[in-house]
Design a protein around this ligand. Structure first.
Ligand SMILES: Cc1cn([C@H]2C[C@H](O)[C@@H](COP(=O)(O)OP(=O)(O)O[C@H]3O[C@H](C)C(=O)[C@H](O)[C@H]3O)O2)c(=O)[nH]c1=O
Length: 182
């Protein structure tokens, strides 16, 4: 397991040790002990999510303002460019973003702690994303920030044409209008 901090130090890239042989491969996709050693604190996941998307779909940028969710994201089929945006007002990196390509082939995972907005754009057809969350889904607390907020200037790759968005994401507002964390 290789742990690499991103430019926003709380956001980590986790790469499992993959054991390949003539049959294929094996790797431990999650170990509570290894994960907590990497993060440096106790973390309890309570929910697993699974979404499938076509190429060109963009989901996000989402967060829960109450019952905030830490997320551990990985791709088991296809690829995404996964983005975390720091929306902790007290953070020195408030309004900054990091993006990492997660694919079925690089086996990379992204740890996005509570206090961040999260989203991804899909680079292959179809793509399946699995992720663990540290609190339960609470739609009444869910908030969105628009994917192409000029104040964030996220460099989404592969968007030759407009992404495929949900109605909710089409209606999302910029960070300046969003509720953020202390
Ligand atoms: C997130 C979620 C959704 N749902 C239901 C609600 C809707 O009927 C349906 C699709 O929900 P939504 O369009 O919000 O799904 P995404 O756009 O993939 O949302 C996710 O996208 C970004 C990438 C995130 O980081 C969040 O985990 C989450 O907001 O699943 C549930 O029942 N439980 C859940 O935890």
């Amino acid at each position: 397991m290789k742990i690499t901090p991103t430019a926003i130090s709380d956001v980590l890239v986790i790469e499992p040790t993959v054991f390949g042989d003539a049959r294929g491969f094996f790797f431990e996709s999650f170990s509570q002990k290894v994960f907590e050693e990497a993060v440096g604190r106790r973390v309890q996941f309570v929910q697993d999510n699974h979404s499938r998307s076509a190429k060109g779909v963009l989901r996000g940028l989402h967060y829960q303002i109450h019952q905030p969710q830490g997320k551990l994201i990985r791709v088991v089929r296809g690829s995404v460019f996964d983005v975390a945006v720091d929306i902790r007002r007290s953070s020195s990196t408030f309004g900054s973003w990091v993006g990492v390509e997660l694919t079925e082939f690089n086996h990379k995972q992204l740890w996005v702690p509570e206090g961040f907005a999260h989203g991804f754009v899909v680079g292959a057809d179809p793509t399946e994303v699995l992720y663990k969350t540290t609190d339960y889904y609470a739609p009444e607390h869910e908030r969105s920030i628009v994917w192409n907020d000029p104040s964030l200037a996220i460099e989404w790759p592969g968007l030759g044409s407009a992404p495929t968005l949900s109605a909710k994401d089409k209606a999302a507002l910029p960070l300046t209008n969003a509720e953020v964390f202390p």
